[in-house]
Design a protein around this ligand. Structure first.
Ligand code: CP
Ligand code: NVA
Length: 298
């Protein structure tokens, strides 16, 4: 059966853990350019939205594994001239060995997967960002050991990345406190999946208190630009600043999937400060996704 990664919970806890550990192993062998398990294999990358990290990490990752990645900006493909997604999936999956897709529709990604003979990977949708969480958990492991039993706090918009953090809590056995305004709460089905692994709070200070990790993301995700002014106002109390970091304690780490907006969801002092691990987190997109490609394709 063809495996896909449309959301983090498509993996079992053991599989997710294995991929994250393998990411660290591949990273420790970064000078090994002879390991080419994906020689001759191709990844089609369908992007309906902007990207720096996702595009570069998949393209470089495929190259490092001996394969090849094709950048397909959807507007420049026949999808932009209304060729059905299902037909596109059928065609791509006859020529390529995997498909990565970034768009604004989890439902469309599911349809793509249904019509594809090869693995489909969600490179971000309006609901999930599973690849980000493989990298984030890898980063947490590398800095502080096994996250099992630890506490993370998500502060701000209950968005796609937040939903994947919630799934990660259940899969990796940590607890996630989510502090967000009522109108920007995470997806109910994802909360249901996580059960007791997640708690919702109104007060960002209470969420941060004593946490092992603080994490946030932009207040205005791609496609939400029209709501920007309102979001800036409603989300202002959830900014991660030095005081919030101090509430968490000196051993807490700060994460952000990037791109960041200094002075909005996080202050420069925090993201550029000693507790921030955002550059390792960004780098780990490469290693975690290499481990994922290896898992799905070999
Ligand atoms: N974090 C992340 O997915 O970054 P990009 O939008 O640059 O791919
Ligand atoms: N929540 C952000 C993540 C970007 C990587 C967005 O969807 O734009």
């Amino acid at each position: 059966m063809t495996r896909h990664l449309l959301k983090l919970s498509d993996l079992s806890p053991a599989e997710a853990r294995r991929i994250v550990e393998r990411g660290t192993e591949l990273k420790s062998r970064r000078e090994d350019h002879q390991y080419r398990p994906l020689l001759g294999r191709s990844l089609a990358m369908l992007f309906a939205k902007s990207s720096t990290r996702t595009r570069v990490s998949f393209e470089v990752g495929m190259a490092r594994l001996g394969g090849h990645a094709l950048m397909l900006a959807t507007a420049q493909t026949q999808l932009g001239r209304e060729e059905p997604l299902a037909d596109t999936a059928r065609v791509l999956s006859r020529m390529c060995d995997a498909i990565m897709v970034r768009n604004d529709s989890q439902a469309d990604q599911e349809e793509l997967a249904r019509c594809s003979r090869v693995p489909v990977i969600n490179g971000l949708s309006e609901l999930h960002h599973p690849c980000q969480l493989l990298a984030d958990v890898q980063t947490w492991f590398e800095h502080r050991g096994d996250p099992k039993g630890k506490i993370a706090a998500w502060l701000g918009d209950g968005n796609n990345v937040c939903n994947s953090w919630i799934e990660a809590a259940r899969l990796f056995g940590f607890h996630l406190r989510v502090a967000s305004p009522h109108q920007y709460r995470p997806e109910p089905a994802v909360l249901e999946f996580a059960g007791k692994s997640v708690s919702l709070l109104d007060d960002p200070g209470a969420a941060a208190a004593g946490a092992d990790l603080l994490v946030t993301d932009t207040w205005t995700s791609m496609g939400r630009e029209a709501e920007r002014a309102e979001r800036m106002q409603v989300l202002a109390p959830f900014q991660v600043d030095a005081r919030m970091m101090a509430t968490a304690g000196p051993d807490a780490v700060f994460m952000h999937c990037l791109p960041a907006h200094r002075g909005e969801e996080v202050t420069a002092e925090v993201i550029d400060g000693p507790q921030s691990v955002v550059w390792d987190e960004a780098e780990n997109r490469l290693w975690a996704q290499m481990a994922l490609l290896e898992f799905l394709l070999t």
